[in-house]
Design a protein around this ligand. Sequence first.
Ligand SMILES: [Zn+2]
Ligand SMILES: [Zn+2]
Length: 333
Amino acid sequence: MKAATLISAREVRNRPLEIRELAKPLLGEGQVLLRVRACGVCRTDLHIVEGELPPRKEAVIPGHQIVGKIIGGATPQLPNGARVGVSWLGGVDGTCFYCKHQQENLCDSPTFTGYTVDGGYAECAVVRADFAFPLPGCLDDLHAAPLLCAGIIGFRSIRVAGVQRGERVGLFGFGASAHLAIAVLRAWQCRVYVSTRGERHRKLAASLGADWVGGENDKPPVALDRAITFAPSGDVVVAALASLRKGGVVAINAIHLDRIPQFDYDRLLWGERQLRSVTNMTRADARDFLQLAAEIRLHPKATAFSLDDVNDALIAVKNDSIDGAAVIVVSKS
Ligand SMILES: [Zn+2]
Ligand SMILES: [Zn+2]
């Protein structure tokens, strides 16, 4: 099979992923073999290929928003030909404290798709059957792929922020995850305030129904009940805190932050404001979000790239040069 492999981490402009011909992966106990149809590109892939996340596996195939069809290891729930999605959380141990307390997103020994095990930038992938989610038929491969990390993690961020219907919610940054989260917030009749860099992102936010759109240094005109930050920047986290009402919550949707700058406790955190990080996802988040996405007919903006052009897709994500999500379309058969 053809696959895009990371041998050694370096900046994406140096085209770190090598397209290689590899043997088809072997099917293990409890796994299914997928023919990959599409795989979304996530910012976390940038952190992996550029080395901000330390390597966990030699010669890894990245990619953790996999849409594939089952071609091996079928089960009654996942028959041959079934179309499934696979996300960042590729497995958990099931035995640690967190797994036993409905917090498998915090598992002590998790498997991460496209990081600790091979992912979806390839023609085939093996994944744990119990971490493969049947996909609603109403979305094609290109538009289903971005739901699988950007969408699920955006949804988890909404949960971690504790968003209630009708609340005032700030989105700080407006990339792949935020442009899906806004659809959920709108479906819940929330008022949405978007602060983001770049005229194109502001236009996109306005076109998707944001009630207010401003630049990265503009403060929303009202005190927010909840805020979600998407940029890997601590300055943005502090800006989000400064926009909250008392008792409000900031959820940080970033696997990596540059730093947390010093900030004024009395003014920004006192008053029972909360700062929470969003870590990974649970299978319940994935199932609940995919069902909701089908109900509200969520239709992401997505740009297709071929597997051969995977480095260009990463460069596009890094440079923020496309609206919505980048998706590697691998096969249509
Ligand atoms: Zn565990
Ligand atoms: Zn991701």
